[in-house]
Design a protein around this ligand. Sequence first.
Ligand code: KG4
Ligand code: ZN
Length: 342
Amino acid sequence: MNDVYILAIETSCDETSMAIVKNGREIDSLTILTQMDTHANFGGVVPEIASRMHTENITMVLEETLKKSSVSIKDIAAIAVTYAPGLLGSLLVGIECAKTLSLVYNKPLIAVNHTMGHIYANNIEHEIVYPTLALIVSGGHTDMLILKNETDMEVLGSTMDDSIGEVYDKVARVLGMPYPGGPAIEKNALEGEDTYPLPKPMNDNSYNFSFSGLKSYIINLVHNERQRGNEIRISDLACSFQKTAVDELTRKVDLALKNTGIKNMILAGGVSANKYLREEMKKTCENNGATFHVPNILYCTDNAAMIGCAAYPLYKSKIFADYTLNAKSSENIKTYIENKEN
Ligand code: KG4
Ligand code: ZN
């Protein structure tokens, strides 16, 4: 087969990104325009502003991506786009752009689930070895899966309430740190010590997660201490929170590696940019004799390269979308797999 270049578009949240990816693994060109500074003024992503900014920027991002590429648009094999999950108005901007390019240049359209994109970011530097255990930790999701091969997967467990990224962001906010909270907590935690006793998130042996109790406990603790006029040791609390959350993630991965006997593990999603989590997960895998891979920090948070990687197996199986493609803002990985099977 000739080299396959896929033009991928990602606009599910607050990054307008496009990439041209060769053969599902090599990044030929990548542009990421983040709106983070704008949303930071509001303490979180404002959906209406996000979609307006995607509309303003998407054509420039396309122009830039094509300019940096070694190929021209006529050499592109397919146009891939994130259709789910994410902010509805933001997803629609990317979808309309993808449909237009597909129609004008007569290229097949590929619909990619964003969570699958995070998983496939792991193909950029090391090819995924199957079967593998996958943990996705992002702003929208916390899911543990078994990937049996490129097309067959099973969800072992998910968060029953807040995602881990959401909790990082909320804890950061109550501690007065800027959005997005993850990097801010990580930085503070490095300067602190684990001195705050916190409740364990979900002391069970399932593969599900629950982080809202931990979040509420910290929010209440901060409010109570402030009401009493007591000082909060911000770095210590950030450190204790991060340790408690990461302990729970590694405990469940340890359990899954032991119970399934799987010897490969990948981590993905925005929170996987966290160095403490990466190190602790690596140790957990080593203790179980399992290989461990996580994308380069550049490809952990939202980007279109990962969408181009996830589109490649769909391209090979000729799974193309038609022009009725619409955004599915709340399609989680479980519904994605169910829909795929039906
Ligand atoms: O995957 P992502 O870019 O967007 C979604 O698909 O949700 O993830 C964003 C999340 C945010 O909650 C952000 O605070 C978190 O990833 N994050 C981090 C770090 N970098 C980003 N969390 C912890 N440590 C980090 N270094
Ligand atoms: Zn994401």
